[in-house]
Design a protein around this ligand. Structure first.
Ligand SMILES: *Cc1c(COP(=O)(O)O)cnc(C)c1O
Length: 373
């Protein structure tokens, strides 16, 4: 049996008529950049996330970059974030000439450990960027408390977590900015690149909208320097057509995760003891990835591949040890929890359309793999 890590085709097949119709509508209108479909998408996604405003942008990376730009963050500033995330989270900080400051993660959730943030805050710190990794929200309450007390802006990297909830709040609605990606592999994926920034403050929304069109306030009059960070209407149309299905897909991801949990729980003790299941905190985990931890991870990955199971490693090198950040002066051993996670994590297939029989195959192949590795 072959089980890919992700297969987008069954989802397209299920909503083909709606998507094709939405795309055809944009083509017929010949309005490809911003415009009414983008505005409808912004409104619908912001409302879904429990936010007052949404600003459609060119990618999740650009969502993060624009949020930092809107706050005027640049050279001499420090931004506190997690080292265990996709590169973009810290890459955008460095691109603006600011310095990413990495705080250790919680070993059970892989999210930034709020108890370790304040020790890294200096007079130069301007922002905190928590990441809701794999679809589970970081612990926002203590992060907001520190930020309020120290005058910091909070930019949620919610690229993997649309619809996630904690303490009754949705991802992207707690901090000053919520940054989402519509990259095709995310839970609400477009058919190309795209993203959105959510905010509750109308002044921040206006600033973002100016920055995404080269800082233009009035045609050909530029008070600030922005860039081309626009969302195009074809992507917005796809996102808008998919949004009504998102909760159903999230439910399916949650069912798949629960089935893995049950099946691994039922394995013989020797196999079960070698598989660390992902920790689920109270709230709504949206399972962009289902990530287990195993010893000899690369060997287990190869064995699963031989059994026809696609897996991936998110992420093999924590950001404090990336070559491009060598000048920040971190060394192996500085953030041991993140480094240990990077050595042990393995993402299993969890996409909504995955049949139960495939999940059973993955669980038994995983048991075989950990026992023989
Ligand atoms: C995908 C992702 C991004 C970047 O989104 P793009 O749309 O690919 O630019 C940023 N942060 C995290 C955590 C992501 O998973």
């Amino acid at each position: 049996m072959n089980v890919p890590l992700l297969d987008l085709k069954p989802q397209y097949a299920a909503v083909k008529d709606e998507i094709d119709g939405a795309i055809a509508g944009v083509v017929a209108s010949q309005r490809f950049v911003l415009g009414p479909v983008v505005e409808a998408c912004e409104e619908a996604v912001a409302a879904y996330c429990g936010c007052d405003h949404g600003v459609g942008v060119s990618s999740g990376t650009d969502a993060l970059l624009l949020a930092l730009m809107a706050e005027g963050i640049g050279a001499g500033d420090e931004v506190v974030t997690t080292p265990f995330t996709f590169f973009a989270t810290a890459g955008v900080v460095a691109r603006l000439g600011a310095t990413p400051v990495f705080v250790e993660i919680d070993p059970s959730t892989f999210n930034i450990d709020p108890a370790q943030i304040e020790a890294k805050v200096t007079p130069r710190t301007r922002a905190v960027v928590p990441v809701h990794l794999f679809g589970q929200m970081a612990e926002m309450a203590p992060i907001m408390e520190i930020a309020d007390r120290r005058g910091l802006v909070v930019i949620e990297d919610a690229a993997q977590a649309i619809g996630a909830e904690r303490d009754g709040r949705r991802a992207g609605s707690v901090g000053h900015y919520g940054c989402f990606s519509f990259f095709p592999t995310k839970n609400l994926g477009a058919y190309g690149d795209g993203g959105i920034v959510t905010v509750n403050d109308p002044a921040r929304s206006a600033k973002l909208k100016t920055l995404r069109v080269h800082g233009e306030q009035r045609k050909y009059h530029h008070r600030t320097v922005g860039g081309n960070f626009r969302l195009d209407a074809l992507q917005a149309a796809v996102v808008l057509a998919k949004l009504p299905h998102l909760d159903g897909w999230t439910d399916a991801r949650r069912r798949n995760a629960a089935l893995y949990r049950r099946l691994v729980g039922e394995l013989p003790d020797d196999a079960r003891a070698r598989i660390a299941l992902p920790h689920e905190t109270p709230g709504r985990h949206v399972w962009n990835q289902f990530v287990v931890q195993v010893a000899d991870r690369d060997l287990v990955k190869d064995r699963l591949a031989a059994a026809g199971v696609g897996t991936a490693v998110y992420y093999p090198v924590p950001l404090h040890l990336q070559e491009c950040f060598a000048d920040l002066g971190y060394a192996p051993g500085d953030l041991p929890v993140s480094e240990r996670a990077a050595a042990r994590v393995l993402a299993l297939p969890v996409f909504p359309e995955l049949p139960a029989a495939s999940i059973r195959h993955v669980a038994s192949a995983l048991a075989d793999a950990v026992l023989t590795s």
